[in-house]
Write a protein that binds this ligand. Structure first.
Ligand code: 16G
Length: 240
């Protein structure tokens, strides 16, 4: 319980107690925690102090606030290593989660010039443009817009893209995936994407742009993946 004589500030002690309650599942993921008023009575401190503790836990991603509805326990973020060239399907399966995709768009188009350039396409060469919502255990994690040169996979169709693209390339088309170049940036979610990702239209997202190459150097995809920032954190090992 609280030690009011301690040199550790009260709001920090409350933070630790709340963390403990989350850890012990006294407060469960997705559920409301008691209101500021209730907590201030429980701890016999001012609402301001409780608010400070809650704000810190919101900022560290353990809790989230919903306007007019209260404060909830957040899902722990998935830790995604920024190392191997893995697919969404592999990543989710490795965590014991069930991946699924919803294809929102599948069409053959002439891509914008910057995309064509990155995919080393001549002017007018077509790509398959695929928009997929990627979910884990039926919860939307990311939305991906993928450009795949039509000349590399002329036999691609909407049905084949329902599962894993990388499994299709390796197991069905018997090609070896080589390497990719990625860049990541933060943004506020686009209005259209907020609906699909089921987040508020001011929520932050992480955008990864990946251009991937087959082992023989042929570019086979350019993808923009929009990840929910509240569901992901990216981890890398760095050596000296
Ligand atoms: C990942 C890749 C994406 C790739 C997809 C294939 C990132 C940032 N992006 O989402 O480039 O197209 O996996 O997944 O990791 P699939 O084999 O499940 O279709």
């Amino acid at each position: 319980m609280l030690d009011k004589n301690s040199h550790i500030p009260i709001y920090v002690q409350i933070e630790e107690i709340l963390k403990q309650r989350i850890y012990l599942e006294e407060y469960k993921i997705g559920e409301n925690i008691p209101s500021e008023r209730e907590l201030s009575l429980q701890f016999d401190v001012s609402r301001m102090t409780v608010r400070q503790s809650i704000t810190n836990l919101v900022n560290s991603g353990l809790l989230y606030r919903e306007k007019g509805r209260g404060t909830y326990v957040a899902n722990p973020k998935l830790e995604q290593p920024l190392m191997g060239l893995t697919s969404f399907t592999e990543d989710m399966k490795a965590r014991g989660m069930e991946p699924s995709s919803k294809v929102l768009r599948f069409e053959k188009i002439v891509p914008p010039m910057d995309i064509a350039r990155d995919l080393l396409l001549e002017q007018g060469e077509e790509v398959f443009f695929v928009v997929r919502i990627r979910s884990a255990n039926s919860k939307p994690m990311a939305i991906e817009r993928t450009y795949i040169p039509a000349k590399v996979y002329p036999e691609l169709d909407e049905k084949k893209i329902m599962g894993s693209l990388y499994a299709l390339i390796e197991a069905k088309f018997h090609q070896k995936i080589g390497n990719a170049i990625q860049q990541m940036e933060a943004a506020i979610v686009a209005n259209e994407d907020s609906k699909y990702l089921q987040i508020n239209n001011t929520a932050p997202v992480l955008i990864i742009k990946r251009t991937s190459f087959l082992a023989d150097g042929v570019p086979f995809e350019l993808v923009r993946s929009i990840y929910r920032a509240d569901r992901y954190k990216f981890i890398s090992e760095i050596k000296r």
